[in-house]
Ligand binder design. Structure first.
Ligand SMILES: [Zn+2]
Length: 482
């Protein structure tokens, strides 16, 4: 039994909308009898795979190699990096038994893979000639979430954790790698039409063990910020712990300089959130499992002709490489329209007796609901491709517009509060750089400090720190985060 997505919920009741659409569009089934764990259904799994393919291609193009490390990490290895383990202390699942035997060393289900990978890095890296080492994996990680779980956003098994880990011979090389990671993730989110701000997280909110953390934040329709990617410069912290030592060019010894960066299924949450509408999903053609749905509109006596032309058009476009499907089920056309619109298929092609007569197809765009016709001719492929490209571009533009409308500069604490209570999702304010002021700011405004934007585009003219009145030297972003 499926419930209909209720009108007007995308913005007004986003949380409910998200749960409904994930279930109705058959992306994930969260009825699995374990809290925070869902089952990827075929349609959702295809979205996930198409999305992963984009990031895999980007990483492969930039010299990263895919690997697969064990899921289990022995406690004595996991506990080596004290700051890191402290950071994950409350979130780790432990395996204590093998069969009926209590294990001598309990095993952690990876919450992230630094401590699984780096003992091996120590074996692989001998000299400066071994750099750079750039590997990644896309695996499940487990975190014992104590807060209320939320589909795709706050889960206990993160099933689409793509983590990259690199090692270098100098701080400068690691810094260059951070830049490359930011570039790779920016291109990734751009291909998905997801807008973001990259912020340097405050000291007290960085990744456990990192020198600093950069984070990609987007905004959901309910005006909350959603962290969708992070990039960490780890310095030599882990290298010293795990003895990743190498011979330098001049024959000396040094520890490796490391970075790591990750994304998760929050990417899919963002994708669904920023492009959705009251009817359901609107998927960018770049990742849509079905880019084009053909719906034959048959009338008594004209079925054969319509079906033949539909199949022919299907064959042409399929051969041209589009992800395409014909819905020739017995359902009424209106029901089919609703179903594929809800599932976010970017382009619908209708072929009826009139279209057959005029040697044309009728199409409807999911992004704008606009309809039009295309002649069935040798240029059909180009014409369809052009429309899909326009849909891709337009979805990104609409999402960008929504995103930028949710961000505003605040003059002071009261202004920030007022803005966040109205229809703004993220405010920017000057800040002196002191932790006490940031914490007081958080308390008085009532939302979290997201950090300092690294892109000039998002920096504001320095004013005064709203707490201590000293001249602000940094811009800080504040928002209610997921
Ligand atoms: Zn201050």
């Amino acid at each position: 039994m499926q419930t209909e997505i209720k009108k007007g919920k995308w913005k007004k009741n986003f949380s409910e909308w998200l749960s409904d659409i994930i279930s109705e569009a058959e992306i994930l089934d969260y009825r699995y009898p374990l809290k925070g764990c869902g089952v990827w259904q075929p349609y959702g799994f295809k979205i996930r795979n198409n999305t992963l393919k984009i990031i895999r291609d980007l990483l492969d193009e930039t010299g990263h190699d895919e690997t697969l490390f064990p899921l289990l990490i022995p406690d004595n290895i996991f506990a080596k990096e004290a700051i890191h383990v402290k950071g994950f202390e409350d979130e780790v699942y432990w395996i204590t038994h093998g069969g009926r035997t209590e294990l001598d060393v309990k095993l952690a289900l990876r919450p992230t893979s630094e401590t699984a990978m780096y003992p091996m890095f120590a074996k692989w890296i001998r000299s400066h000639a071994d750099f750079p080492l750039k590997v990644y994996q896309a695996v499940s990680v487990f975190r014992y979430e104590t807060k209320a779980t939320k589909p795709l956003i706050r889960v206990r098994e993160i099933t689409t954790f793509k983590e990259a880990h690199t090692a270098h011979g100098s701080w400068e090389d690691a810094e260059a790698q951070v830049k490359e990671a930011v570039e790779v993730y920016s291109r990734f989110f751009e291909q998905l039409g997801i807008s973001f701000i990259i912020s340097k997280r405050p000291e007290w909110d960085k990744f456990p063990g990192a020198v600093y953390t950069l984070a990609f934040d987007t905004l959901t329709p309910d005006r909350r910020s959603l962290q969708i990617g992070t990039v960490h410069n780890l310095g030599q912290t882990f290298a010293k712990t795990f003895e990743i030592e190498f011979e330098t060019k001049d024959g000396g010894r040094d520890f490796a300089y490391q970075t790591c960066y990750g994304i998760s299924e929050r990417t899919i949450a963002a994708l669904i959130a920023v492009h959705g509408d009251d009817t359901g999903l609107r998927l960018p053609p770049s990742i849509a499992p079905i880019q084009i749905i053909i719906i034959p509109i048959t009338f008594k006596g004209k079925e054969a002709k319509v079906n033949d032309v539909s199949k022919e058009v299907y064959k042409w476009l399929k051969t041209a490489g589009f992800r395409i499907k014909i819905d020739d089920s017995d359902a009424k056309p209106g029901k089919k329209f609703y179903n594929w619109e809800m599932k976010g298929v970017p382009l619908r092609i209708e072929i009826g007796p009139k279209d057959v007569e005029k040697k044309q197809i009728t199409y409807a765009r999911r992004d704008t609901s606009k309809k039009g016709t295309i002649p069935i001719s040798a240029s059909l492929f180009e014409d369809v491709k052009k429309i899909l490209d326009q849909i891709q571009e337009n979805l990104a533009l609409m999402a960008e517009k929504n995103f930028s409308e949710l961000i505003c500069i605040a003059k002071d604490v009261n202004d920030a509060k007022k803005l966040l209570e109205s229809d703004i999702g993220m405010v920017q304010i000057s800040w002196c750089g002191e932790k006490e002021c940031a914490l007081e700011l958080e308390e008085r405004v009532g939302v979290g400090v997201l950090g300092t934007p690294i892109d000039d585009k998002w920096k504001i003219k320095a004013g005064k720190c709203p707490i201590c009145d000293k001249k602000g030297i940094e811009t800080v972003n504040l928002g209610k985060a997921y």
